[in-house]
Design a binder for this molecule. Structure first.
Ligand code: ZN
Length: 137
């Protein structure tokens, strides 16, 4: 497998309403989409920087992973997402290489991407996501 670029960086925030003005007014980026991903118990806000996105993640459930992350570690960088050409192939290669997978097979993420997470125990502490944009094909 070979990632083509960093698809996005996921950042856990307590409140999208409070965080978005920083990205828009201070950094000068434009929030182009706000989307709820019920499956992951989050609301997301997206900003484009070159071909990489910033994905702000706000929890919609006190029991959700983002709530727990913020409780434990505070707001901040939550995960790193690589774009790959073929996510199924990438997952089986990684699995063969001994990488622990959180998702054995891809699921639907924000923006209609196919996504899968790798376990931070196998990735030197970085929660890593793979993304394939099947809409593009
Ligand atoms: Zn993500």
């Amino acid at each position: 497998m070979k990632p083509t670029h960093i698809e996005h960086i996921g950042i856990a925030v307590s409140s999208l309403e409070e965080a978005i003005p920083y990205y828009e007014m201070v950094l000068g980026l434009k929030c182009y989409s706000i989307e709820e991903v019920a499956d992951q118990k989050v609301r997301t806000a997206f900003f484009m920087v070159g071909q990489t996105k910033i994905e702000l993640l706000e929890s919609t459930d006190p029991e959700g992973t983002i709530s727990k992350f913020i409780e434990k570690r505070g707001e901040g960088i939550h995960h790193l997402a690589f774009a790959v050409g073929n996510i199924e192939e990438s997952l089986s290669e990684l699995s063969l290489a001994g990488v622990k997978l959180i998702d054995q097979s891809p699921r639907k993420g924000a923006e209609g991407l196919s996504i899968a997470f790798l376990h931070p125990k196998s990735t030197f502490g970085v929660l890593t996501e793979l993304c394939e944009d099947k809409n593009k094909k």
